[in-house]
Design a protein around this ligand. Structure first.
Ligand SMILES: [Zn+2]
Length: 294
């Protein structure tokens, strides 16, 4: 099943993944300050302090250079090398010595791992342009989903600009897959099933709980993930894994009394984690499960 793996391609994808992870981490903060500016213009005072701290990020992108979030010192190129800078500085800002979050290097490593694993586990040879196009769309969606993952984890919100981009990429990927399908009717039904499972179910919960249990953002994210997977069985597995991971995290915390029934749990990161595992090894997991049954 596995195609020949080119070490140089894998290494290049690892470096590209580190850079894209760094980009994703920076984009999260840019999106955040835009959101805070919107909240402020709508008269929401609660976020004014955060906004002041981050407002320098509102400068036009061309003039924007990354700054230390603590001391606002402009960071030089050698402070911005993904992972390398963080490791060489021991996780502290070169100028104010305050710790830089562990999130950034973890995100960079995560995206690099996603890029390399996607390449190693990709089910078809990456030679025809249409196959390479699908691979590139997949990696791009991975970067956008990384942004959503962090954003939702930090602020319980899925920014529309990114969610809609994921839906767009999913739609293009679905179309490309359909052009290659030997049985378009079956593929279309599988795609519809995928959307119903990952997006429709959340829609029902959303309506049923009047938006209290999950947000509308989860439905849009579910739609994007469903289109990216394009297969009802994979969609089902992704949803199952998301809930399974959720239980693994939530139950121990509940037992230790750290969470109550009222605690807000962001569904986005769980869905994205379930999706990533499914996208990478979903077919293998389903095959093994079938072997166990029959
Ligand atoms: Zn600093």
């Amino acid at each position: 099943m596995l195609m020949e793996i080119n070490i140089i391609t894998a290494a290049l994808l690892a470096i590209l993944g580190l850079a894209m992870g760094s980009f994703a981490g920076a984009t999260v903060w840019r999106l955040r300050v835009r959101q805070l500016a919107e909240d402020k213009s709508r008269g929401d005072r609660s976020s004014t302090k955060d906004y002041k701290k981050l407002s320098y990020l509102l400068k036009p992108i061309s003039k924007d250079r990354s700054h230390c979030l603590e001391c606002q010192h402009e960071l030089k190129w050698y402070d911005l090398l993904p992972l390398v800078s963080w490791l060489s500085l021991g996780g502290k800002c070169r100028y104010c010595q305050k710790p830089i979050g562990r999130t950034e290097p973890l995100v960079e490593l995560g995206v690099a791992a996603f890029f390399v694993l996607s390449y190693v586990l990709w089910p078809v040879a990456l030679q025809a342009p249409i196959d390479i196009a699908q691979f590139v769309i997949w990696l791009t969606a991975g970067v956008l989903l990384t942004i959503l993952f962090i954003y939702d984890l930090k602020w319980f919100l899925l920014p529309d600009s990114i969610t809609f981009s994921v839906v767009g990429l999913g739609a293009i990927l679905s179309l490309l897959r359909l052009t290659q399908s030997g049985d378009i009717t079956a593929s279309l039904w599988s795609l519809v099933g995928s959307v119903v499972i990952l997006s429709g179910l959340y829609f029902v919960i959303y309506i049923g709980s009047k938006g209290k249990m999950i947000g509308f953002g989860d439905i849009k994210l579910g739609l994007g993930l469903a289109l990216l997977l394009g297969d009802w069985a994979l969609a089902f597995l992704a949803l199952f894994l998301a809930n399974f991971i959720g239980c693994l995290i939530v139950l121990p915390a509940m037992l230790r009394g750290k969470l109550s029934r009222k605690s807000h749990i962001p569904f986005g990161p769980l869905l994205i984690a379930g999706f990533a595992i499914t996208g990478l090894v979903g077919h293998q997991l389903i095959a093994q499960y079938m072997n166990l049954l029959f």
